[in-house]
Unconditional design. Sequence first.
Length: 331
Amino acid sequence: MARSIASGTISFGLVSIPVGLYSATQASASVSFNLLHAKCGTRLRQQYICPLDNEIVTRDQMVKGYEFAKDRYVTFTTDELKALEEKATQAIEIAEFVPLSKVDPVYFDKPYYLGPEKGGEKAYRLLAEVMKESGRAAIARYAARGKQYIVMLRPVEGVQGGGVGLAMQTLLYADEVRSISEVPIAAADVRPSELSLARQLVDQIASETFSPSDYEDDVRKRMLADIQRKVDGQEIAAAPPAAEPAQIIDLMEALKASLGQQGARRGTRPAAAHAAADEGDASEAEGNDALDSRKPARRAKAGAHDGQADAPASSAEPPAKVEPRKRASKR
């Protein structure tokens, strides 16, 4: 059973709901290594050294300072630092309700679960149900640990015994998130045939649900297995580098190769890929014919490959429609 790590009160209007705060994540222990003395294998300790006095500084000799100019600091006492901190009211004050789809996930920081405390069960359920029904999330302010947070409350399913619960997601402030406009992205034209093939590739590996249990940290598992072999007295060596995939410069060929690869994995044939490509080539050919039909016919120069001059423009027949070539499907 999860344990509450803090208590708070959701408030909106004259309604107050006492809740407990629960961590929604548990980070797996990362694979870390300690620094040892190569001579004797003893673990090394970290020390702070003053470069001016060239001496070791202990904790009781340290103070905190803020750099307001290059190499210039103003120092603070412990009491002054406490005065600077935001008072932890533990109140989760709802400011507005917004459509859940309007909150860009790029602002998401850390998730928590909220559970009702004694006396707040009915109001908690009511708030969760109305947010689920309306499709809206609550944006609120929350002060804790010397800082004011902006948070989002949203309904989540999977509660024991049925019903809906609440999750609280801390959000980043606007000045903490960069705009994608800062990323250099060159313009590029996408042809209908390319879009059709790309859509087929998406459809081949599409799923209507996301199952996190389908994914594991394979790198961590491999590292732990190698470490255990080392503990058991075995030698470990770097795995040979994997063969690099062939470089496909043409985007259409890359899409077709991807469709063929996915089709082979699923036991299907990539015939649809060639059909889509043929349709795209046909549409482009028809478009070129339409352009050609609007151009005036020109008199060919004497000495054509058939030995005869072309007919005058006034009697020229409209150009024949180009039939798209059909490509054989790979079987």
